[in-house]
Design a protein around this ligand. Structure first.
Ligand SMILES: [Zn+2]
Length: 330
């Protein structure tokens, strides 16, 4: 039985481009990562060595595929997310017991989504729609190639793919930086799908604290986020501001605060209420000026990353280089 929560009732964002929800800092971080000499070669090497079939097999062998006859609630939520984002492809979805509330999008050629059993146990339909929308955002943006690369490199190690002249620390730092910022983009996609700000913030709270939704108050969480933002102003805090212990995901209060700022800035309303958003058909028309601007920002970003690295070493601190802990995604 599919609940009313996931019946198709939200505004469909026909032809919406990922540019509508990409966080500007994520776009800069992506350009910085792609600008590293040898990065393309590394990506091709990882893809060629591991390959899509191996990544898929890992889940085909240990997870249950969502479909019309299995996990129907999740199938309905997935259908609604695809309809709202007008996704031009249907990512496969799997359920796997992971021992924690979690969801992830992986796959180098064809992105697919894995949801933990624990997430299904704790999240209600609306909150799940936010999470699945977030994952679909990763898929539509083409993030999964890099997210998969990060997972492979974390488990095998960069040294398994020797490339002459490749600065390993630069790749790790850039991948980690982009990975954190891509979460901010996908949170916006999650909100565009769920179309309920309170639910989105509540889902982020639940990712932080798990069950006990009746004990939580989204306004209090946003107050906490504002305090956190105010407190994180020093040089070291600026570096760690968006870090989780694993280093791949921003701190959840920071995510809530960023999402709240996006809504208060009017961008969300412009997209959902007045339907002013970039369309996929226009993606190739992104002006040369914008490309040049991005390249400039990317160069600055790389310099900043190197500067942060030096600063941390000077202080005897370490950049947490593990690109993913494999435990917490979403
Ligand atoms: Zn994510």
């Amino acid at each position: 039985m599919v609940s009313d929560h996931v019946r198709p009732s939200r505004v469909a964002l026909t032809g919406v481009s990922s540019r509508a929800y990409e966080h500007p800092s994520a776009q800069t971080a992506l350009a910085a990562m792609q600008n590293i000499r040898g990065f393309d070669t590394l990506l091709r090497k990882v893809h060629g060595t591991i390959g899509e079939p191996l990544v898929r097999m890992r889940y085909l062998s240990s997870a249950v595929r969502v479909g019309p006859r299995q996990f129907r609630r999740l199938q309905a939520i997935k259908d609604e997310a695809i309809r709202v984002l007008d996704l031009p492809f249907e990512p496969e979805m799997y359920v796997q017991s992971m021992g924690a509330v979690n969801a992830l999008t992986i796959g180098m050629d064809r992105p697919f989504i894995v949801v933990s059993t624990e997430l299904l146990d704790v999240f209600d339909d609306d909150e799940l729609l936010f999470v699945i929308g977030h994952e679909m955002g990763h898929a539509l943006s083409g993030h999964s190639t890099y997210l998969t690369m990060a997972r492979i490199l974390a488990s095998i190690g960069l040294s398994a793919f020797p490339i002459a002249g490749l600065a390993i620390s630069a790749v790790e730092a850039a991948l980690q930086d982009w990975s954190r910022k891509s979460e901010l983009s996908s949170d916006r996609a999650g909100l565009l799908v769920s179309q309920d700000v309170d639910t989105a913030i509540r889902a982020l709270m639940r990712l932080a604290a798990g069950a006990h939704a009746d004990e939580m108050d989204t306004r209090e969480f946003l107050k906490q986020a504002a305090e956190y933002e105010l407190g994180a102003t020093g040089a070291r805090d600026r570096i760690y501001k968006f870090f989780t212990p694993s280093g791949t995901h921003p701190i959840l209060v920071a995510r809530a605060s960023q999402l709240d700022q996006w809504v208060r800035g009017g961008s969300y309303a412009r997209i959902v209420e007045t339907r002013e958003y970039p369309r996929r058909g226009e993606d190739s028309n992104v002006t040369l000026r914008e490309t040049i601007r991005m390249q400039r920002q990317a160069t600055k970003q790389l310099k900043r990353l190197r500067g942060d690295d030096k600063e941390l070493r000077r202080r005897g601190l370490e950049i947490p280089y593990s690109v993913t802990d494999g435990e917490s995604d979403v």
